[in-house]
Design a protein around this ligand. Sequence first.
Ligand SMILES: Cc1cc2nc3c(=O)[nH]c(=O)nc-3n(C[C@H](O)[C@H](O)[C@H](O)COP(=O)(O)OP(=O)(O)OC[C@H]3O[C@@H](n4cnc5c(N)ncnc54)[C@H](O)[C@@H]3O)c2cc1C
Length: 387
Amino acid sequence: MLDLFYDDTHRALRDSAQRWVDHHITPNASAWEEAGAFPTSLIRQAGQAGLLSAVYPEHLGGAGGDIFHALIVAEALVRGGSVGTAMGLGSHAIALPPILALGTPQQQQRFVPPVLRGERVACLAITEAGAGSDVAGIRTRAVRQGDHYVINGSKTFITSGQRADLVTLAVRTQGDPDDPATRHQGISLIVVEAGTPGFTTGRPLQKMGWWASDTAELFFEDCAVPAENLLGDEGAGFVGIMANFVSERLLLAASAVATARLALDDTRRYIAQRHAFGRPLEGFQVTRHRLAELCTLEAQARAFVATVAQRHRLGQDVSAEVAMAKNAAVKACASVCDGAVQLHGGMGYMRECRIERLFRDQRLFAIGGGTTEIMNEVIWSRALARG
Ligand SMILES: Cc1cc2nc3c(=O)[nH]c(=O)nc-3n(C[C@H](O)[C@H](O)[C@H](O)COP(=O)(O)OP(=O)(O)OC[C@H]3O[C@@H](n4cnc5c(N)ncnc54)[C@H](O)[C@@H]3O)c2cc1C
């Protein structure tokens, strides 16, 4: 279990994060999902509660925690019952690591602390209409003109894109996406602040799940950004993007495990109170065994994610294992949510039932943060191709 590796600070954070979520998210989750948004004030409240800063360095306003502190917060937020709210609150977790990996101390001091306090919102924008898995295909271009970069292009599917005050943006400063010899060169990261002339956002995108999260298109038209906002050198973008891989995939894996756990808890309660043929559903052995199988899937995934996280904490290279853990957790979560709908019968198909939402919300775990197929490519190239 995840908590095998916990110390007292982890247990204290788990309890306080869960209390905060029970109070601030759970009672409102359904309303925010139906409204398609959670209030921006929640971000400030989460910052004040220390839920955005657990793993960041103390000199930037963080608590200096480790990967388990991050996973604990991710799991607690998902248990609020709106994965969209959890992901909206968590968009900084993919936007800030490139700033920590590549940014100067001045850039870090300028951009990071206000986000950890919940005063500003950060997002990461890599995906374009023509380039998702294939990051080297991006076409948004930044051209140096004096002390600015002038940016033209667009991004899509960006979590917190509409409310973000700062965007960690992947741009092309060199190379040609259509030229195999140069397409991997010249990917850079630059921070663009909301309000910069030439930067606009599109309408909210309508989604299968994660309704409460804001998912946006971003447009850049002759958008002049100070050159001092470039993170690292020109062409260092891949390094910054890779800075996210392990933690982002572990966070998504932990979120998938948490979603599965929530679905199991709801189902356990449902089969105890729902009656058919004169007995509660849990009176049927087939129902009990089905739930036992689903619980086993969740426990396996939880243990695997925890083990990989622990190895990461110890400084081991887990690039292949984290891809395995993400795929395993996502698959377990999908099976659990499907089984949970089935055990709820018609009620599992109703919008008023949380299982219906979890079933929709879990689908993205196999796509975001690297698809299942891309994870398999990583596993092949890192763990299998070398024999
Ligand atoms: C709700 C939501 C939120 C998101 N948030 C963000 C965000 O905050 N920031 C951001 O930058 N992006 C974000 N994304 C984008 C997400 O990261 C991409 O959707 C994802 O990486 C897949 O890219 P794609 O959609 O272009 O699919 P594609 O890359 O077009 O993939 C389509 C299919 O082809 C498969 N495929 C692609 N290449 C290969 C290959 N080499 N071998 C085998 N199969 C392959 C894929 O696995 C997939 O099944 C978000 C997406 C969604 C839906």
